[in-house]
Design a protein around this ligand. Structure first.
Ligand code: C2E
Ligand code: MG
Ligand code: MG
Length: 539
């Protein structure tokens, strides 16, 4: 409100100044002429020009228009003096006046270009951060309802690091074009930071539906070309929405809340836009705390490993173990990986965690595998960020050399999210490691949204049916048939199949009627500490 009063006052002062100048510019030349003081008209026109320059510098856009009007008035006065009053000595004054006009117009053009450049993002030609701030302030002053939408391309950094800046820039341009074509003239679009866009969405009947449609469009395949090479990219896009004036009428809060809602979408891996809710502030604080704890944990070793057994369904013979990380704080509090892994996955911290787990598990089981159990499989979870990075395969080969652990006894669990990050690099990494014997499992199968056609591209050996599909399988006939169909499909794809999260005998008996190969779940074994897992392996 304060700002509005200030702006109104400024506008009034400017208007009064213009009116005063108008009279000065119009009457003084007439007065000088009538009083026979035309020798002073040169000084006066220089004074006029100086006034115009001050107007232009202090109030660029309006200053230029006002100056052009004022200088034109003076020029017309001179034309009248020359042609009606026959004062030919005023010709040089007129030519000066025309020169002033041209310089003011040129200055206006330079300023306009400068102003545009100052608020435009040179890569995407959208508004930049400064432009966004200006447009957002203007929209608030207009006082008409709008939505502020924050959109982040979640996997951009990974793609940029993997394929280089030229591809990265092209990807951003294409994403910006998609946003532009979806929003059209219904809003104002800005690039807030590297892969973060903000839309001031003004004309929409249902903002959530509208933004979800935009997210779907952004997630469609983007083909990037460079020097004859073509690259298929899939971006992950997350969005947060806040409404003006419903959620806030403050400029700072609108930006903060839309960012919070976007971060919430990012952390919960929400495929649709998150609408801001006041409770979000709490979960963001917790995530910041976890980020700090992970950092501390890396420095002070809060992490350790547990191993959950996997069995061959027929005959309950041990197949191997899934390695699972645990975090214990100095006070004795445990933090569940379900809570800290998603936070670590938002940054490079996950790379450290994954690499630590892989090396440690291989070191712990190397002797068991080499001396006693040559068929034992130790599986490790690897995040999309890691498997999708160039150099992952080489890194694992180095770990294998360093630890002396046999490649064929290592299984890497990936999830389908690695497909939306960088499919080609992921596949290259998998193929490079499969060629030396490393096995791959597709974790949490049945929870994602990727089409089967697409999933079939991932060269994995094992499908892990997610616990959510196993839950209630003993009572839900339809679900049971569904699981059965997945198992047959897995076999058709040339994979073995494991059911995870099997909790009771009834589920086990239902799975016994299927062709499921392996079982992992509390029914036959919870995750154990290393010593227990080792003794289980040596039985
Ligand atoms: P996930 O890879 O799907 O692991 C299986 C999770 O299900 C584990 O939870 C395991 O303890 C739990 N589970 C297994 N059987 C049962 C059962 O019968 N009933 C129930 N209720 N739960 C069962 P956990 O250890 O909490 O791990 C959760 C997730 O955290 C994992 O899901 C995985 O995505 C991630 N994670 C764990 N360790 C690592 C790691 O070292 N690296 C990475 N990148 N992610 C990890
Ligand atoms: Mg797993
Ligand atoms: Mg799983």
């Amino acid at each position: 409100m304060n700002r509005e009063i200030k702006n109104k006052t400024k506008r009034m002062i400017y208007l009064i100044l213009c009116i005063v100048l108008f009279f000065v510019f119009h009457f003084i030349p007439v007065f000088l002429n009538k009083a026979g003081l035309s020798q002073y008209s040169g000084i006066f026109s220089a004074f006029q020009y100086a006034c115009c320059l001050v107007l232009v510098v202090t109030n660029q856009k309006r200053g230029i228009i006002t100056s052009i009007i004022l200088l034109t008035i003076s020029a017309l006065n001179l034309v009248r003096t020359i042609f009606i009053m026959g004062a030919t000595n005023a010709v040089s004054g007129l030519s000066n006046q025309i020169f002033y006009l041209i310089t003011i117009i040129m200055l206006g053009d330079i300023f306009a270009k400068q102003e545009k450049a100052a608020v435009t993002d040179s890569l995407t030609e959208l508004f930049n951060r400064r432009g966004l701030h200006k447009k957002l302030r203007d929209s608030i002053e207009d006082n008409k309802p709008f939505y502020l939408v924050d959109i982040e391309l979640g996997n951009f950094k990974l793609l940029n690091d993997s394929f280089g800046h030229i591809y990265g820039d092209r990807l951003l341009k294409k994403a910006a074009e998609r946003i532009k074509s979806h929003i059209g003239d219904r809003g104002i679009i800005a690039r807030k930071s590297s892969a973060e866009f903000v839309v001031i969405l003004k004309d929409t009947e249902n903002a959530e539906k509208d933004v979800n449609k935009l997210l779907d469009e952004l997630k469609e395949k983007i083909v990037i070309s460079s020097e004859g090479d073509y690259l298929d990219c899939y971006v992950t896009a997350f969005a947060g929405i806040v409404s003006f004036p419903g959620d806030s009428d403050s400029y700072e809060n609108l930006l903060k809340y839309s960012d919070m809602a976007m971060v919430e979408a990012l952390h919960t891996n929400s495929q649709s836009a998150c609408v801001f809710k006041p409770e979000m502030e709490k979960s963001i604080k917790r995530r910041a705390e976890l980020e700090h704890l992970i950092k501390e944990g890396i420095e002070n070793n809060y992490f350790y490993l547990v191993y959950q057994p996997q069995y061959i369904l027929e005959g309950k013979k041990l197949r191997g173990f899934e390695t699972l990380i645990r975090m214990k704080l100095p006070g004795g509090t445990f933090v569940s990986p379900g809570e800290f892994i998603p936070v670590a996955e938002m940054s490079e911290q996950i790379i450290y965690i994954d690499d630590y787990v892989i090396q440690r598990a291989m070191k712990e089981f190397r002797d068991v595998v080499l001396n006693d159990k040559p068929d034992l499989i130790v599986s490790v979870n690897v995040s999309a960020r890691n498997i999708g990075a160039v150099g992952f395969a080489e890194k694992i080969k180095q770990f294998l050399r360093d630890t002396g652990y046999p490649a064929k006894n290592l299984e890497i669990e990936i999830t389908e999210y690695c497909m939306v990050s960088s499919l080609n690099t992921t596949i290259d990494n998998i193929n490079a490691l499969r060629s030396i014997g490393v096995q791959f499992a597709l974790d949490d199968f049945g929870t994602g949204y990727t089409s089967l056609n697409y999933l079939a591209k991932l060269p994995v050996n094992l499908l892990k049916i997610d616990k959510s599909l196993i839950d209630n399988i003993e009572t839900d006939r339809q679900k049971c048939e569904f699981v059965n169909a997945i198992i047959s499909m897995g076999h058709l794809m040339g994979c073995e199949v494991i059911s995870e999260g099997v909790e009771n005998e009834q589920q086990l008996s239902k799975l016994g009627d299927t062709n499921c190969d392996f079982i992992q779940g509390f029914v036959w074994g919870k995750p154990f500490d290393y010593e227990i897992a080792k003794s289980l392996a040596l039985v």
